[in-house]
Design a binder for this molecule. Structure first.
Ligand code: G3P
Length: 494
């Protein structure tokens, strides 16, 4: 029963007041300070999260640094079993977690189910892949001037404690995508959940604990980034920061995490180039899905389309029509809602409205939507957009799509490469050779040809360049990123 397993992480109040996990037990913070989690769906307070103190952080991270060594010595097959059990618990509590997430972050039922199921699949895949992470050996006489007799054995070792900082838009999946590889490679993990999404994140930590992660190896420390972020990312007992979130926050964390390993996914504002030979109807459906899924609140969401005016004249009516048909704005609890529920907060909705107004003031034409009601931003499509408008140059975490007319692919590439973002880009063309040639000129992490930007499938490499990220994620890549080479050289002089 959910209450039995989760009653220890909260009180019986309405709304519940949650506890933080100090590595041994779920406790209240002595700070007496709490952050309300306000539902974007109806403005209700769905829970209260404690703000932990520096002393509570120090003690949890001290315990992690003590317990991590024994955890790293635990047989890998035992660590793998715990991961598979955690995945099974997540599946078991699918409905419970979905109901939490829908209210906490306004994600539709369908998208919430997809996130929870994807998380269980991801953890299982990490656990299976961990079995094939092997060391290598090198002989000394490979190098000129050296004799045989020095054998370098390269295993992989943990870094120590990994700090996991997840975003509100995937509070379960993007926590597990950090927790699982960190634990499998023998690290301890300190989880800092987002404020909105933090309730879902704490439930995930509880399930990892229930699955058997030993005392001290994992903790969950709640509080906003402004309140505890710098204490955590600069802490002497944190050896890696694994972060997903805005580019601004990523830049801030990186400047407060000296000599730490970083694994970041940041903002994308992802562009799409449509070439004259593209299948326009298919391209339109991919653009609508890529721009408006989860109300555009995805780092990989499409934010602008670059094409010649002639292509835009042919494509835009199709995109508007398919937006009309495929996107249903509404309460995420309503199964009829498709893609666009509320954005995460009233303040975010207001920010998006300001950006919409700025684009109009600079000459962008509203072709669809353009209105904001409380936390609901209606899918908005601009024509006559320009690269210097905030809808293009800033990360907009909302359902806003802009069409920019260019002279041809070369100008499109110049605009993309001049952006501070570099997560993904899409190219639509029926000539895949031309797509590959164009992709080679675009400076982003991943180029999708005839598909909208996306992180999945989760065993593919996933990375951002420039202000869109540091390091490479994806199952094998995250396992390798969360471990280091541990060379041991046996010297036997010949
Ligand atoms: O916004 C988080 C980023 O990882 C997007 O993931 O799966 O929606 O492409 P996805």
């Amino acid at each position: 029963m959910a209450d039995d397993d989760f009653s220890i992480i909260r009180d019986e109040g309405t709304p519940p007041t949650y506890k933080f996990f100090n590595g041994k037990e779920w406790v209240d913070s002595v700070s007496g300070k709490y952050n309300d989690v306000v539902s974007p769906v109806d403005g209700s307070v769905v829970g209260r999260l404690p703000v932990v103190t520096k002393d509570e952080i120090d003690r949890a991270l001290e315990l992690a640094s003590i317990k991590q060594a024994a955890w790293e010595q635990t047989p890998l097959n035992e660590r793998i079993k715990i991961m598979h059990l955690a995945a099974d618990y997540i599946r078991h509590y699918m409905e419970y977690l979905v109901n939490l997430m829908v209210m906490e972050i306004g994600k539709s039922i369908k998208e919430s189910k997809s996130e929870i199921n994807r998380t269980a699949e991801l953890i299982d895949y990490y656990a299976d892949e961990a079995q094939s992470i092997k060391g290598e050996t090198l002989d000394s006489d490979n190098f000129p001037g050296y004799k045989k007799g020095q054998l370098c054995i390269m295993n992989r070792a943990a870094y120590g404690t990994v700090l996991s900082i997840a975003p509100f838009n995937y509070p379960v999946n993007l926590s597990a995508s950090k927790i699982a590889p960190a634990l499998l490679m023998g690290n301890a993990v300190a989880v800092k959940p987002p404020t909105q999404g933090g309730i879902s994140g704490l439930h995930l930590v509880r399930l990892f604990q229930k699955a058997g992660v030993p005392e001290g190896v994992m903790c969950a420390l709640t509080g906003s980034g402004a309140e505890i972020g710098d204490i955590l990312s600069s802490h002497k007992n944190v050896h890696m920061v694994a972060f997903t979130g805005s580019s601004g926050t990523g830049l801030h964390i990186a400047s407060h995490a000296p000599m730490k390993q970083l694994l970041f996914e940041c903002g994308g504002n992802n562009p799409t180039i449509v070439l004259p030979d593209a299948d326009m109807s298919f391209t339109a459906s991919e653009i609508v899905k890529g721009a408006f899924s989860y109300a555009g609140q995805r780092c990989t969401a499409i934010k602008y389309v670059l094409s010649t005016q002639g292509i835009i004249d042919a494509l835009l009516p199709l995109v508007k029509k398919q937006t009309e048909e495929l996107v249903k704005v509404g309460d995420p609890r309503n199964p009829e809602t498709k893609m666009v529920g509320p954005v995460i907060s009233q303040s975010e909705a207001q920010h998006i409205k300001q950006v919409i107004d700025e684009a109009v003031s600079k000459g962008a034409k509203v072709e669809f939507g353009g209105t904001v009601e409380k936390t609901y931003v209606y899918p908005t499509i601009f024509s006559n957009a320009k690269p210097d408008m905030m809808v293009v140059s800033c990360e907009i975490f909302g359902p806003v799509l802009s069409f920019i007319a260019v002279s041809g692919p070369d100008e499109a590439v110049r605009i993309i490469n001049s952006s501070m973002f570099g997560l993904q880009a899409s190219i639509f063309t029926t000539d895949e050779g031309a797509g590959l040639a164009l992709a080679s000129k675009i400076n982003v992490g991943t180029v999708q040809i005839n598909g909208s930007p996306q992180r999945g499938p989760d065993h593919f490499p996933f990375l951002g360049v420039k202000e869109s990220g540091v390091g490479v994620q994806g199952v094998r890549y995250s396992l390798e990123a969360m471990s280091r080479l541990k060379p041991v050289v046996i010297n036997k002089p010949q």
